[in-house]
Design a protein around this ligand. Structure first.
Ligand code: NAD
Length: 388
């Protein structure tokens, strides 16, 4: 009897109904089949209920016609950041000269036939771009041109991030999570947060995850272990060549045993010298080789950053994010400084109480000084005092 029922379960409901009609002269068979149809219907109602999807969230990517966005949009739309059961409405913001390129990106996203992607809204209007967004990837920025001084670059970018801060203030959801990728990322995030006073300042961050990923990859290669065996490599300070990549708190699993990276590498000169320099200059090395700046790896890092902010960090693991400084580790207050953080319930917390060597403290001071100078320059360009 059981295998008859199994067979009946394997049939589609329509086929079963047909069978009921055909076998109506055999009462016992009919009753078994009717029971099966009923329970299959129950199962399918249950299934339909359990696969009911969440409401879509709106996510904006600025600089959507650029090279980082070209990789980033696909990764987001595939569900790599917000989850494979979270439908999305993507807002693509760029500037008017890029409208044609943006149209091409929209066509390609459609052609990817991605199940989570419910709608794509290309725009050059920040009031549309930021409307009701839950997450913002601020990638678009003015690139450094030949002969441009740092102050000129800063000046062009603070204007962009002022306008975007105001748009976030006026149009985004109040719990929006903002990740600034466009350089100078830390100071752009500072400016943006300043112009969105009704959004908690904790909701603004700058990306140093690419530097963290680069550093982690260097250590994994040095030790001949998979990347997943290495954790807790820190990037302190600015996303610039003054950043301090610090393997001093790192952990590695080798042959099933967890060790400190310092013990496993057993080469302090490397960890304080070649390792730090390689990570600090990796962006320039990619440009020299590719004749274009890092894009695929930057997009992956932006996904990692937002993924961990959204979903939390694993116990015992921390990640690096540029966040508003509370003065921890002797950093200047109120600059966007990259710290090790742990994340739960979409809230980050700086990891306190780590022991730093005098050499490490000296390196933190260098990057802190640069961030303070950038902040002062930004404030002078904008002619405002910090609201933070
Ligand atoms: P890209 O030049 O290919 O694209 C930038 C896009 O931004 C362009 O389409 C441009 O039209 C757009 N844009 C300019 N101003 C805008 C505005 N006001 N609003 C909306 N869009 C605007 O550059 P990319 O390679 O994609 O890099 C983008 C930024 O990311 C650069 O500033 C780069 O230095 C920075 N970056 C940061 C990291 C990091 O780790 N934080 C890593 C790599 C690159």
């Amino acid at each position: 009897m059981e295998y008859i029922i199994d067979y009946l379960y394997s049939l589609k409901t329509k086929k079963l109904n047909r069978l009921v009609a055909q076998l109506s002269i055999v009462p016992i068979a009919q009753s078994i089949i009717i029971q099966s149809v009923k329970s299959i219907n129950k199962v399918s109602v249950k299934k339909e209920y359990s696969v009911k999807m969440a409401e879509p969230i709106r996510v904006v990517v600025t600089g959507a016609a650029g090279q980082i966005a070209y990789s980033l949009l696909y990764m987001i739309a595939r569900g790599e950041v917000f989850g494979s059961d979270q439908p999305l409405i993507l807002h693509l913001l760029d500037i008017p000269p890029m409208v044609g390129v943006l149209e091409g990106v929209v066509m390609e996203l459609a052609d990817c036939a991605l199940p989570l992607l419910r709608q794509v809204i290309p725009t050059t209007d920040p009031s549309v771009g930021f409307k009701d967004v839950s997450a913002a990837f601020l990638v678009g920025a003015m690139p450094r041109k030949e002969g441009m001084e740092r102050k000129d670059l800063l000046s062009a970018n603070v204007k962009i991030f002022k306008a975007q801060g105001q748009a976030i203030e006026n149009f985004a959801k109040k719990d929006v999570k903002v990740l600034v990728v466009g350089n100078p990322a830390n100071t752009n995030a500072f400016v943006c947060a300043n112009y969105a006073p009704s959004i908690p300042r904790e909701n603004f961050s700058a990306m140093t995850r690419l530097d963290q990923n680069r550093a982690t990859s260097q250590i994994a290669t040095k030790l001949g272990v998979p990347i997943s065996a290495v954790k807790n490599i820190i990037i302190w300070g600015n996303h610039s060549s003054t950043q301090y990549p610090d393997a001093g708190q790192g952990k590695v699993v080798i042959n099933g045993e967890t060790k400190s990276v310092a013990d496993a590498v057993n080469d302090n000169a490397y960890l304080q010298g070649a390792f730090v320099e390689t990570v600090q200059k990796r962006g320039a090395a990619v440009i020299a080789a590719r004749k274009m700046s890092s894009a695929m790896s930057a997009a992956k890092a932006a996904c990692d950053h937002m993924h961990d902010w959204w979903n939390g960090t694993a116990p015992g693991t921390f990640v690096s994010m540029g966040v508003c400084s509370d003065g921890s580790y002797n950093s200047p207050k109120d600059v966007i400084f990259s710290f090790p953080v742990v994340i739960a319930n979409k809230q980050w917390k700086i990891v306190e109480g780590l022991n730093l060597s005098d050499a490490a403290k000296a390196k933190l001071n260098i990057t802190a000084k640069e961030l303070q100078e950038e902040k002062d320059e930004a404030l002078s360009v904008l002619d405002l005092s910090s609201n933070l």
